[in-house]
Each structure stands twice: as C-alpha cells, then as structure tokens.
Design a protein around this ligand. Structure first.
Ligand code: LMR
Length: 328
C-alpha cells in the first residue's frame, strides 16, 4: 500500500464504520386473528407504538392481524416453541395446555364483565397466568372483549329452537358440550373460516361478542340474535417463557409498562365497542335482537348449567369457587 492510498482507505473505513456497527432492530412478531379495529387490534397497535418509542433502536413489533400469518391454535403452539413472540388468543384456545382455563368457558358463570374483571385480578386469576409456564407459555395479562351472544339464521327464543342446527364454536370441549346439551351440533372452526361458513350455510349459527359479530359482518348472514350474555370471550396476552426470561431487567420493565398501558387502553376500547356495536346491530334493518325476560333466560341457564358439575374435577373446585365468588 503506498502513501497515497492509505488516507483514502482510512476515509472509507470512517465512512462505513457507523453502518457496520448499526444492527437492524430485532423483529418481534405479534399475531392475532381479528381486525385492527377491535379491542385486540387497538391494544396491539398501542403496544407497538410504546415499545418502538422506548426501545425502537433494538426492537420492532411486527403485527399480523386477521389471521394473516396463522390461526390461533397455531399461534399458541408457535408461542410455546418460540417461533413468534406475542399473541392474545381467546381463553378458550388453551385446552391442549391447561384444563384450568376452561373455567372461563362455563356458561352463565359470570353475571357481567365486572365479575370477570374481579376474578382475573384475584390471586386465583393471576395464578392462571403462569399455569402454562413449564410448557413455554407465559401469560402477561388479560384483555377483555366481552360477553358472548347467540346468533342464528332463523328465529329462536328457547333452547329447543336450536335443536339440530349446526353452531360454530371455538376449539374447546366445554363449548362443544354446551351446544350438545341443547341438542344442536357443535362445529369447531377457526375464526377466519366463520364468515364464509355462515355465507355458504354450512353452519346456521354461532356465538360471539358484539364487537366480533359487528367487525366481521357475521350479521349479514345471522339476522336473529339473542342478548344471551351466556359466556365470556376474553384473551390472555402470552409470550414465550424463554424469550421473556432472556430479556434484560430494564427491557422487561419497559415491556411491562407498554403492556400495562396497552391492556388498559384495549379494555377501555372493549367496553366502548361492546356498547356501541350492540346499538349499531340493534338499529340495523332486517336484524332482530331478542331480549329475554328473566324467566326466559332462566330456561337457558337451566339447560346449560349442568356443565359446571361435569368440569369441576378437571378445572378444580377452588378455581370455580373463586370465579363464583367474584360474581357475588
Ligand atoms: C373466536 O375464535 O371466535 C375468537 O377467539 C376471535 C377473537 O380473537 O376474538
């Protein structure tokens, strides 16, 4: 190397050094199955924006909505294996990993969302967040969507009106048995397939929250609805236990802060959307919303509640009692 080339080589190194030292932020995948304009979608966006504001030089949150990456059953196993970093599946979607969360599927166990909230915040509800830790799944918090309503393509007011109809359920054996108790046929199916199955009439009914019925336009093929409030559809925000354990103390604090803020925001959106979408659906032409009187609702409760006793052994008497306690 001669004397003339050395300065220009040093200049080139000085120019390239910052680029060589700069590492692209690590991409963290958050997968979910609903639209961005839902409590979960809004929570995910808020989480992304806080993390990228605080730790954007090191982390980028990549959100996949509307099951564009995977459905929930796969997301739960992808979290367990560490293939993705965050997901918030409904509490009905963990049955391959724990039996205890089935408490959330028991029909008519929670009289309202305040009771759900109290149970989730109780020591028993908090302990459930760690119930799958040994399998690689760590719960970081709960997110509300709301209470489920029944819908169908034909009028119904009594349990026997559903006999013989095919109802979509999430993949949960409590939910399957719930419809079997009504002599209906339960058809477990991924959320992303529900609209199409309602449209082609391969199923005649489904259960979901006001915001899911509205945001997925299920009402287009389900003109009959009942304010049944018979079950809860909430979520657990989960991550991979090793990924979480591998974060520095400082980063974990920042993630916790972002989660706390975004779950609070998501819960406020859930409350507002549940009320708003119920009103929107009630106003729609051609949609009939049946509001049962107390004695009419009791008939539905009597038909579904035998499930409590049959799941007591699997879920645990203490967990069920803590949930009932939260409702009093
Ligand atoms: C469903 O499958 O009906 C729900 O879990 C969808 C969701 O995430 O709200």
């Amino acid at each position: 190397m001669n004397r003339r080339t050395l300065p220009s080589l040093l200049g080139l190194i000085a120019f390239l050094l910052p680029m060589l030292l700069w590492a692209a932020p690590q991409q963290l995948i958050l997968s979910h199955v609903v639209s961005p304009d839902t409590p979960k979608g809004k929570m995910a966006e808020m989480f992304k924006s806080i993390i990228e504001k605080k730790l954007g030089d090191r982390y980028e949150i990549v959100i996949h909505s509307n099951a564009s990456l995977m459905d929930d059953d796969e997301a739960v196993s992808a979290i367990a294996d560490g293939r993705i970093h965050f997901a918030a599946p409904s509490l009905s979607k963990f049955e391959s990993y724990t039996q205890q969360l089935k408490v959330f599927d028991l029909p008519f166990l929670f009289p309202d969302m305040n009771a759900v909230n109290r149970f989730q915040k109780s020591p028993t509800g908090q302990a459930l967040l760690s119930s799958m830790k040994s399998q690689g799944i760590l719960g970081l918090g709960y997110l509300h969507n709301g209470l489920k309503q029944l819908t169908a393509d034909r009028p119904f007011t009594k349990p026997e009106d559903l006999a013989g109809l095919r109802f979509r359920t999430m993949n949960s054996d409590v939910l399957i048995k719930q419809f079997e108790l009504l002599s209906a046929e339960a058809v477990p199916m991924a959320f992303s397939k529900v609209y199409e199955s309602l449209a082609n009439r391969s199923i005649q009914g489904q259960e979901n929250t006001w915001s899911n019925i509205f945001s997925q336009a299920f009402y287009e093929h389900q003109p009959y609805m009942m304010i049944s409030n018979h079950g809860v559809l909430d979520y657990m925000l989960i991550t991979n236990s090793d990924f979480w354990g591998g974060l520095s103390e400082e980063d974990r604090r920042a993630f916790r802060f972002a989660l706390e803020m975004s779950l609070k925001y998501g819960n406020a959106v859930a409350k507002a959307k549940s009320a708003n979408d119920k009103i929107e659906l009630g106003r729609m032409k051609g949609i009939s919303v049946f509001k049962p009187k107390a004695d009419e609702l009791t008939v539905w409760q009597t038909a579904m509640q035998p499930l409590w006793a049959s799941y007591e052994g699997l879920i645990g008497e203490k967990v069920i009692q803590a949930a009932q306690q939260a409702g009093r």
